[in-house]
Design a binder for this molecule. Sequence first.
Ligand SMILES: [Zn+2]
Length: 461
Amino acid sequence: MDNQSKPTPQRLLGTLRQYFPRTHAVAAGAASLALALVMFSSTPEVEAKRLPLPVKLSSAEPMVPGAAAHSAAATSAAAAEPQQTLQTKTLKVKQGDTLSDLFERAGVNTAEMYQLLASGGKARQLADLNPGESLTFRTDHSGALQNLELHRDALNLEEFSRGDSGAFKYALHQRQPENYTAYRKAEIKSSLFVAGSDAGLSGNLIMEMADVFSSDIDFALDIRKGDSFGVMYEEKFLDGKKIGNGPIQAVSFTNRGKTFNAVRYVDIHGDANYYTPDGRSMRKAFIRTPVDFTRISSSYNPRRLHPIFKTRRPHYGTDYAAPTGTPVYAAGDGRVVKSGYSKPNGNYIFIQHGQHYMTRYLHLSKRRVKTGDRVKQRQIIGNVGSTGYATGPHLHYEFLVNGQHRNPATIVSKLPKAKSIPSSEMDRFRTQTQPLLAQLENYQRPALAQRDDDSDNSSVN
Ligand SMILES: [Zn+2]
């Protein structure tokens, strides 16, 4: 890795200056960024792991403690002993490249490669190279490999360096991106997507936002001109360059005059979900359809004429036609009470959700969970097929409430939402979410009084 590109406090300040004009919605000035960082660093343990503390931002090398010398140290050591100057060559991994191809291109004897591979453990992973990664070879005057760096991505560097015994030692150097809070808001004039894109949101973030509110707002039917949103999320930077977005932290959506607020919370089990500010889950306990289907080929009908037996047989489920292999999702969190095969059902899965609800999935081509497994909502449990008594590939889906069949297509919207935060966890919930909600509110406040230098940016909002 190029030493020039390592973050220094000066470089970082440059980053902030560069970054600031774009986050115009943030009240201008470093003070508010500092505030944002303080607020972030005060989020409790689970989050704190992901978000480096502000002090970390100025540390040039957040390396694994006790790790072997990184290139910086290696280079300075070499400078102290000029007779040991190492030859450096960096090569990008291309499609189809093997490790020996790269050794050849680097002009390093393959005997060195076998020695490296013989050091075992992590060295064997060198055989598993992907296009876009790069390798840095460092050889001494005799051409012997002293050090090899594998740059997996911007954040992960694996280093193999020859020790005194001649064997290679392994060290993983991980860098932490700098996380900043970003806020974007927009009023919808034509579509959510256009408004989101104009406000600078990626397609993924727009989808993520729609997903948060999907059980309150039907984004296909309910969106009106004049609806608006404000979304607060993380942006990740490395060496002054944006490398990606973190999750939405808090978001507000006004639909036809009604405002919905949601905040992200990581619960005591480590699961992240979105909640209303008073701790009610934003999502339904069950998704409407457990498969992305092409059409409903047979509806729930307790008085139906059966297509194969031509007798009046009730149809206690909904059939969703979809190509063989289409993923089938668990409709809600639960436990697999049966994953098996029978002549009429073909491959089938029954999931129990709490005390009162059961969902059933029939005619699968593949089952991906076993009896006794715990499953999460939207986890893939199998694939659409036509095993058992089926006229073509489809998912036969049943929904039972207290042992009674109900219409899967209509029951879901009548059921309560997923569990709220238990009262025993409310203090923890508030500690984690209140700073985020306060920050969101702060952003949403008309900011005229706080802003003095961004009048040219007002059109972006
Ligand atoms: Zn059916």
